[in-house]
Design a protein around this ligand. Structure first.
Ligand code: ATP
Ligand code: MG
Length: 426
């Protein structure tokens, strides 16, 4: 026997036992974004490597060590997208959707990062995100946060997530802060690891984002960005907090929150949870007013977030949300004997004509009553239609209840549709 080929490490299959929950979550997301009037964009999975270098920043985990980059047959450098924002901005610029316009957009799809796979961290993972363009005020920051909060509510996991909030201020304010931070870090050089020392030179704010506990301990008393904010950013942050308060959305101001990507300014936020172990961030986002211009467009404000779908699904599994996922089959149609097969086949097709939302599965492969009922049970259907020669001769149908303590009933074929409509409240 030849050796079986396995999936790439960190890239998962989504099997039937999980896909129901994924579809349920995706449907809820679509409903929520629609309720805010957001529209979907779909961009390619592969982009020019430069797009991510220029947007995410050269001195970030993603660009330094996580991207899947390769030369294609023309020797162009391409990269599997590690996140969604850069692609959406690229598409918006390319098709003239951004300048002097307002856009409320969303996307959902696979992203790729070469990280060490572990629970909640994979090499192919999925993000749902929103990106809003052309709105400068704190009201839209509050809206995208409210949209994310609505999702937790819809999923019944509001109790498990906490909103962390910070402001990065303007570029000038960050520059002043940067100087103060460098001074602080230089005095503690011996406690920094290799990554942090390098970042101290190139991008010192990134040191605050270090995941090394020793580095984190050394910087507990680092100066706070929030003390360096410019007056306008302060006002923006204050107005955002006011709106969140008015909406009853609780938050914790975390002056250490800088985010792992370079393009943010002013508002940054994360929804974090204790229920995922080390991978505690389920949603992250913020404002990125400079990005559109940085990628060659005319200056346009932007704000958005991304949710890690695998982390969300892990939380949903832990909270027992699978209960809400409907079984894939409502009605299992059996046929007792070769003679009845055509009768069964026609009934199944006619049910799909009349009740398109009813999930009908037909038994194939013959077998006795016991075998067919075993299959019916395994399908997780609520009822089985038991069709034998007598049923066919008398133009009748027997309905056997597979999950309820109710006796089997026999009805006229002509009453089948109305009986099922009532039974399944269609
Ligand atoms: P982390 O600090 O966990 O590495 P990040 O700052 O790199 O996260 P973002 O780039 O902000 O993450 O991505 C937004 C969200 O996407 C994260 O909060 C997380 O939920 C999810 N995410 C990021 N990387 C992965 C991954 N490798 N596997 C699964 N989900 C991920
Ligand atoms: Mg990361």
């Amino acid at each position: 026997m030849s050796k079986q080929i396995q999936a790439i490490r960190g890239m998962n299959d989504c099997l039937p036992e999980q896909s129901g929950l994924w579809q349920w979550a995706e449907k809820a997301i679509r409903e929520v974004v629609a309720s805010y009037g957001y529209q979907e964009v779909r961009t390619p999975i592969v982009e020019s490597t430069d797009l991510f270098k220029r947007s995410i920043g050269e001195v970030t985990d993603i660009v330094e060590k996580e991207m899947y980059t390769f030369a294609d047959r023309n020797d162009d450098s391409l990269t599997l997208r590690p996140e969604g924002t850069a692609s959406v901005v690229r598409a918006g610029n390319e098709h003239g959707l951004l300048y002097n316009q307002q856009q409320r957009l969303w996307y959902l799809g696979p992203m790729f990062r070469h990280e060490r796979p572990q629970k909640g961290r994979y090499r192919q993972f999925h993000q749902f995100g929103v990106e809003v363009f052309g709105l400068a005020g704190p009201d839209i920051d509050a809206e995208v946060i409210a949209l994310s909060a609505r999702l937790w509510k819809k999923f019944g996991i509001s109790e498990q997530v906490t909103l962390e909030l910070n402001s990065l201020g303007s570029n000038e304010a960050r520059e002043t802060y940067r100087k103060a931070l460098v001074e602080f870090l230089l005095a503690r050089k011996e406690h920094l690891d290799e990554d942090s020392l390098r970042r101290l030179e190139s991008n010192p704010l990134r040191v605050l984002d270090s995941k090394n506990p020793q580095v984190q301990a050394a910087i507990t008393d680092a100066p706070s960005l929030i003390d360096y904010l410019d007056a306008e950013s302060k006002e923006h942050f204050h107005a955002l907090c006011e709106r969140l308060d008015a909406l009853g959305i609780q938050y914790r101001v975390n002056p250490r929150l800088v985010r792992g990507l370079d393009y943010y300014n002013r508002t940054v936020f994360e929804w974090v949870t204790d229920s995922l172990g080390a991978q505690g961030t389920v949603c992250a986002g913020g404002r990125y007013d400079g990005l559109v211009e940085q990628l060659g467009g005319k200056s346009t404000q932007g704000v958005g977030f991304a949710i890690g779908m695998e982390r969300l699904v892990l939380m949903l599994q832990a909270s027992g949300a699978e209960e809400f996922v409907a079984s894939p089959v409502d009605v299992y149609v059996t046929a007792m004997g070769d003679e009845v097969e055509l009768y069964a086949l026609k009934i199944a097709e006619s049910l799909r004509d009349v009740m398109p939302t009813l999930r009908v599965q037909t038994h194939f492969g013959g077998g006795n009553f016991k075998k067919q009922m075993k299959r019916a049970d395994k399908s997780a259907a609520r009822v089985a239609l038991v069709l034998g020669e007598t049923e066919q001769q008398d133009a009748q149908v027997s309905i056997k209840f597979l999950r309820e303590d109710k006796p089997q009933i026999r009805i006229a074929r002509s009453e089948l549709e109305s009986t099922l409509v009532e039974l399944f409240s269609l």
